[in-house]
Design a protein around this ligand. Structure first.
Ligand code: CA
Length: 649
């Protein structure tokens, strides 16, 4: 996601530390190449002792600060030992330290001192300011067991992107724990008309993976307020390895958020839903106040030749994944979530900021845990200073990152028009000549040359950024009849769910979610962002369409091919012009005929005469194979709709 600048770091004092300048001026190779530490950092707990390890290569002294309790005074400080070779400060506290509140005080050669939380903190006090030692075995909810079985059918993945607060906060959810992790563990919740809401709705819908917008600790919602006076999507990272406190029933208790997030994950797993985390290592909220900058000033971020922070992310700073200890941090953090929280997939925000070696290392590290863990991201081509021998992890370099997916904005733009121009139109809402672009993307980028296989494409038309599809369709044709908008919406969503690749839905897309024309709602109130569970009653046909298309996709292997060879052998383009897309799929026993009609009139399509089973017609799916038709030469298709039928040879 790209939100407007929240806090530009113009105040960044460029020569605050002598070392800061040193590192930016090229000395960092000393740290990236020869001083790379491989071990475990942070507070390493056992019931016998806790070892504290901090990488702070340019500090002259580090002290471990211990507080009386979570919110008490400083009790004492302990001078940490420095290993000159590893550049690690460490100290050990014997005994069971579960619950101990700590921070670090660092002194630099200039005499300047800072107090910082632990960049590797696993638990934290309210708003994340102090770090807390945790015995993670005590945070497991009842019945917490092993990971889910490996996801062996990646081609059956259907991703559903949702924000914890949005899903649970509206009155229409009838959920008790509003805005909380626990809200999504509540079963038998219904909207005001008795239809499922929350967890049960997600299970009924049939999606396989729920992608949670940032659930790690972010900075912009004050956790001490209940309910919070502000809202945020959460793309403003603070503690990368701690769950967000505002989603916990008691944010003051450092362990509640851990247990409750695990409770949510366990409930999803028990109900067959897998969990994808949205991770945002590309920037931090405020450089000055972040443990990265406080512990190793100048190291974690990219700078231009003037020594200023670069801004390829558009949010004020770019982390420097190509540096060894940043890369290590990202790998450590992702694998921590995968292991400790049993996360099933990771979505990298602005992945194009990172370099391919980092992403490939993340892939390899996840493979050690479970090779079926999904990994994908926003591979936009962003303006950030990477040296010429470093490849950015963007779409153009996808083939160098096997097993790592990319959001495919190509299909998004072809179907509904450019996201950044309000009136821009695409295939379903009035543009001409979009058919070849729809087809090439729909076929999983078979001829693009930059992907290894169709599963590298995340196929979507709506996500948290920009307009919802409904709002975009309304904005692009303001005078249009609501019934036409609905047909365009269903056609667009059908294209996504039948596309080769990995389909991705934005929460509420099934019932034509609206944010009332608000384009980027990252900090807008609940009234704009919350899911209105009653809205499903008004768009029942669309909800049914999505649910049944997911089933159809699961039932019909030709709709989810796994290689470009298969796509080339199976799919034929019959026609791609005049707002008509006509494809066939051939296999040994049968043929599929697929037609998208974006014209606003009935279309008579020539087909081979014979007996067909209708699978999709006029936005209704027939999964029971009960709808047969003897067709002679032509089949008529209603305006702005899909036809999919099957014929055995
Ligand atoms: Ca927070």
């Amino acid at each position: 996601m790209r939100t407007p600048l929240k806090m530009r770091d113009d105040s960044y004092p460029r020569d605050r530390y002598y070392q800061d300048a040193l590192m930016r001026l090229g000395q960092d190779s000393m740290f990236t190449k020869t001083r790379h530490y491989d071990g475990e950092l942070g507070a390493v707990y056992s019931d016998q002792a806790t070892i504290f390890r901090l990488w702070a290569p340019t500090a002259s002294q580090a002290e471990l600060i211990i507080y009386d309790d979570w919110y008490g005074e400083i009790q004492k400080s302990i001078l940490m030992e420095f290993d000159d070779h590893l550049r690690i400060f460490s100290t050990e506290l014997v005994g069971d330290q579960h619950g101990l509140t700590y921070a670090y005080r660092l002194t630099f050669f200039t005499g300047e001192q800072v107090i910082t939380n632990d960049p590797y903190a696993k638990a934290a006090t309210v708003n994340g300011h102090r770090s807390v030692v945790v015995d993670l075995s005590r945070t497991n909810p009842e019945g917490w067991g092993e990971r889910m079985p490996s996801w062996q059918t990646p081609e059956k993945t259907v991703i559903y992107e949702a924000h914890i607060r949005d899903l649970t906060v509206s009155e229409s959810s009838n959920i008790q724990n509003k805005g909380k992790f626990l809200g999504l563990t509540e079963e038998n919740r219904v909207n005001d008309y008795g239809s499922p809401a929350g967890l049960d709705y997600l299970v009924d819908l049939g999606v396989t993976h729920i992608e949670l917008l940032p659930a790690f600790d972010y900075a912009t919602v004050d956790e001490t307020e209940e309910p919070p006076s502000s809202y945020n999507w959460g793309y403003d990272p603070y503690n990368y390895n701690v769950p967000e406190g505002s989603y916990a029933t008691n944010p003051f208790d450092p362990f509640a958020r851990i247990t409750e997030m695990k409770e949510l994950i366990k409930t999803f797993h028990d109900r067959g839903l897998r969990v994808i985390m949205d991770v945002v290592y590309n920037h931090v909220y405020e450089v000055e106040n972040h443990a990265f900058h406080k512990t190793a000033p100048g190291y974690y971020f990219r700078y231009n030749e003037k020594g200023e922070l670069t801004n390829g992310t558009g949010v004020g700073n770019d982390t420097a994944s190509e540096r060894a200890m940043v890369r290590k941090y990202i790998v450590d953090s992702v694998t921590y979530w995968a292991r400790e929280y049993q996360i099933d997939g990771f979505r990298f925000d602005l992945m194009g900021i990172h370099d391919i070696d980092t992403m490939n290392e993340v892939r390899l590290a996840l493979n050690e845990i479970d090779p079926a863990i999904l990994l994908f991201g926003e591979g936009w081509d962003l303006y950030t200073p990477l040296s010429s021998d470093v490849r950015a992890a963007n779409q153009g370099n996808a083939k160098f990152m096997p097993g790592i997916g990319q959001f495919n904005d190509g299909l998004r733009e072809a179907v509904k028009g450019n996201d950044f121009e309000i009136t821009a139109k695409g295939y379903v809402n009035g543009a001409w000549y979009m058919e070849p672009q729809v087809v090439s993307n729909f076929m999983g980028g078979v001829d693009f040359g930059n992907y290894n296989d169709p599963l590298q494409l995340i196929q979507y038309i709506e996500a948290h950024d920009n307009f919802t599809l409904y709002d975009k369709l309304v904005a692009s044709n303001p005078q249009q009849d609501e019934r036409i908008v609905e047909r365009q919406h269903m056609l667009a969503t059908t294209i996504i769910l039948l596309a080769q690749g990995v389909p991705f839905l934005h929460a509420g897309q099934e019932f034509m979610r609206t944010k009332f024309g608000v384009r980027d709602s990252y900090n807008k109130p609940d009234e704009i962002n919350q899911i209105d569970w009653n809205r499903q009653e008004s768009y029942r046909q669309s909800v049914m369409l999505v649910r049944e298309l997911i089933k159809l996709r699961h039932n019909e292997p030709l709709l989810r091919l796994t290689s470009y060879e298969e796509i080339k052998d199976t799919m034929n383009v019959i026609r791609q012009d005049y707002k008509i897309v006509h494809l066939t799929y051939e296999c040994e026993d049968y043929q599929l005929v697929l037609v998208f009609n974006a014209q606003s009139n009935v279309l008579n399509v020539p087909v081979e005469s014979g007996k067909y089973t209708i699978l999709v017609e006029d936005h209704v799916v027939y999964n029971d194979h009960s709808n047969h038709e003897e067709i002679k030469e032509f089949k008529s298709i209603p305006p702005i709709s899909t036809l999919l039928m099957k014929r055995y040879y």
